[in-house]
Design a protein around this ligand. Structure first.
Ligand code: FAD
Length: 461
């Protein structure tokens, strides 16, 4: 009967979405075989290249992903860019179902003059740089400015602020790349502003990340009490997470610090602060027109209240000197060839519960399905939902499993003909072991290899 045939499913992208989709499929279908294709030689997406180096506990999900990859019904093919080395149509020929989980590889732009000046970077590139993402390894951000401005008030904005301000002795013990550690060691940065268009009730970061900033050794918060006056009444009826978050900001801004905090703050040599109701208008160039020297911002006021409040300019304008500006206003997914529908407005693949609209047998999960927000757990849940849709469609006989598909066997020859050499999971384990060994010498969990060529050499490709 059809139910005993082996469904061959492939997944594009090896971040949390890819691995959680694979995990659910393998667990709930006794025969299904799952192949994961990844553009980089190394797996795990933003768990390796996004999550901050000083949050090692978040990366424990890698253990679960590794178990999935080691299943004898799962294979990993790194160093294969879908859309370039093999097309989605070719994958659809080779597999009963194709799941797109390729994340969000670009960032939203500010769209203001001066955005391309040197000294202005996307937080995505900056994060990629300190985490060893190959494409950003040569970023060489100029850290000679005393003041840094981060545009955005989400957790990624807090991540970059924290990495810029954390004492070197603490950073040294993380898996931050040695190149970025060296650059941060000679950094002149003393103050980081996190700028938001709206007010304290609209910040997007969460309490754990804020608390970490408040307790950051060597750094003191500079919050303007005026921003928080009267807020206590305003938060009486807001949902609990927002309420607790706001209470922490109010406490930090308005109350006398506790003994521990007072001690840290008194001896602090660095500081960070939140600037509200400011919308960037222009990055100001140095006299030679080459570099950023500051920013011009519109002062805004809120129209409406709560989550849906919008910022409207008051007409007042403010300028601030800063030589390093990091825009942290969000990641963005890109379309993957003409055969895959893409909703440009929302930056997602249009889908219903992970079923790509109008293309039977094609699915999506993770950031490319939902948009680039949410933590790993959110991504896990939506990936399980997508896997469930695949399982239901298999059950309903919609994926023509009676029609035998070759899976990787037919993709192999395509890749060969194009001179592409896939990296297996055991190859990755060799790279992993080499990184861990290098890290050990420096007292770090790992020293990431940042050059893909070096990775390939190491495994003899
Ligand atoms: P990704 O993790 O981006 O994975 C997509 C994968 O697809 C990548 O490996 C990519 O190389 C690959 N790919 C892309 N294009 C192709 C292609 N054409 N062919 C083949 N492969 C391709 N969440 C937490 O819970 N805790 C945190 O501390 C945390 N910190 C974060 C810090 C930052 C800076 C960011 C940006 C996010 C953070 N998150 C955190 C959120 C978490 O990383 C995401 O929820 C999750 O990674 C999204 O998973 P994904 O698989 O959709 O995308």
């Amino acid at each position: 009967s059809t139910s005993e045939r082996v469904p061959r499913i492939c997944i594009v992208g090896s971040g949390p979405a890819g691995f959680y989709t694979a995990q659910h499929l393998l667990k709930h279908h006794k025969l299904a075989r799952v192949d994961i294709y990844e553009k980089l030689p190394v797996p795990f997406g933003l768990v390796r290249f996004g999550v901050a180096p000083d949050h090692p506990e978040v990366k424990n999900v890698i253990n679960t992903f590794t178990q999935t990859a080691q299943s004898d019904r799962c294979s990993y093919y790194g160093n294969v860019t879908v859309g370039k080395d093999v097309t989605v149509e070719e994958l659809q020929q080779a597999y009963h179902a194709v799941v797109l989980s390729y994340g969000a590889e670009d960032n939203r732009i500010l769209g203001i003059p001066g955005e391309n000046l040197s000294g202005v970077y996307s937080a995505r590139a900056f994060v990629g740089w300190y985490n060893g993402l190959p494409e950003n390894r040569d970023l060489k951000p100029d850290l000679s400015s005393k003041t840094v401005l981060v545009l955005g008030q989400g957790n990624v904005a807090l991540d970059v602020a924290r990495i810029l301000l954390t004492p070197l002795d603490l950073l040294r013990k993380t898996d931050i790349t040695e190149g970025s550690l060296a650059a941060i060691a000679s950094s002149k940065v003393k103050r980081v502003w996190l700028v938001g268009r709206r007010g304290p009730l609209q910040v997007a970061f969460t309490i754990k990340e804020l608390r970490e900033m408040v307790n950051l050794p060597g750094a003191r918060p500079i919050l303007d009490p005026a921003d928080f006056a009267g807020l206590r009444d305003a938060i009486k009826d807001v949902p609990r997470p927002r309420k607790r978050l706001t209470e922490l900001m109010i406490k930090t801004a308005l109350e006398k610090p506790g003994e521990k905090e007072a001690k840290i703050w008194a001896s602090a040599t660095r500081e960070w602060g939140l600037k509200f109701l400011r919308s960037p208008l222009e990055i100001l160039p140095t006299a030679d027109g080459k570099r950023a020297r500051g920013i011009r911002m519109a002062v805004t006021r809120l129209e409406g209240s709560g989550e849906s409040a919008t910022a409207v300019p008051t007409g007042e304008v403010e300028e601030l000197e800063c030589g390093l500006i990091l825009s942290s206003i969000g990641y963005r997914s890109l379309p993957l060839g003409s055969s895959v529908p893409f909703d440009r407005k929302h930056g997602i693949i249009p889908n219903h519960l992970g079923r790509v609209q109008g293309v039977p047998g094609l699915y999506c999960s993770g950031w490319v399905k939902r948009g680039p927000t949410g933590v790993i757990i959110t991504t896990m849940n939506d990936s399980f939902d997508t896997a469930q849709s695949v399982l239901e469609d298999l059950q309903a006989g919609m994926l023509n499993v009676s029609n035998t598909k070759e899976g990787f066997e037919s993709v192999r020859s395509i890749l060969q003909s194009r001179g592409v050499h896939p990296v297996s999971f055991s190859d990755w384990e060799k790279i992993d072991a080499a990184e861990v060994a290098r890290g050990q010498l420096a007292g770090k969990p790992r020293e990431k290899i940042v050059d893909p060529q070096e990775m390939l050499q190491l495994i003899g490709l």
